[in-house]
Design a binder for this molecule. Structure first.
Ligand SMILES: [Fe+2]
Length: 189
């Protein structure tokens, strides 16, 4: 499964809470660069109680153990990658914060099965200790895409990247769970 769209009834209120939270995390969020920034679950739980309530409603609060914020400037994209294979992560819950329409998560498949991705281990402040497997644009072809204004469980093991065509900087929150969500659980959500 590449993605599964999920209905969030009070998405607008959750987005309002998350937008209010952004300046806590990014001191200069208007000028921060495109990238994936690790964030603090406890601060989000404290400031975004409606997101917490949503996770209680879908029975995932106890398994929520990671959060990152994906930032993209207009016409910028992240490298094509497969998320941390070390932890065998498969699904993330992506929720748009702001300016996410006209920005996409795009998934790819390798043109040649023998293509080996490049191992990248990031130790920067923003993505503490995450390892990625990255692919060159020439080695893959697009297989699917999802507009990031739609909340969804997304497959982060299949090579993918974010890309934005929105004139304003887009912010999206990506939640990770442990134990990892199974395909059956995602189907039944
Ligand atoms: Fe990713």
């Amino acid at each position: 499964m590449i993605y599964k769209i999920i209905q969030i009834d009070n998405l607008l209120e959750i987005q309002k809470d998350l937008t209010t939270y952004l300046p806590f995390y990014f001191k200069n969020f208007e000028i921060c660069d495109s990238g994936f920034y690790g964030s603090d679950i406890e601060i989000i739980k404290k400031n975004c109680f409606r997101l917490k309530k949503f996770l209680i409603d879908i029975n995932l609060l106890d398994r929520w153990n990671g959060v990152g914020i994906s930032v993209l400037k207009n016409k910028e994209s992240l490298n094509i990658h497969s998320d941390s294979l070390k932890k065998n992560r498969i699904f993330a819950l992506n929720i748009p914060i702001c300016n996410c329409n006209n920005s996409y998560t795009i998934w790819y498949q390798k043109k040649n099965l023998d293509t080996r991705p490049q191992f990248k281990y990031y130790v920067s402040e923003s993505v503490h200790g995450i390892c990625y497997f990255e692919y060159r644009d020439d080695d893959v072809t697009e297989i699917d895409r999802l507009d990031c204004s739609i909340p969804a469980f997304v497959n982060i093991k299949i090579p993918h990247r974010g890309i934005s065509l929105n004139n304003k900087k887009r912010f999206l929150i990506s939640l990770r769970f442990e134990p990892e969500l199974t395909l059956e659980e995602i189907i039944n959500l």
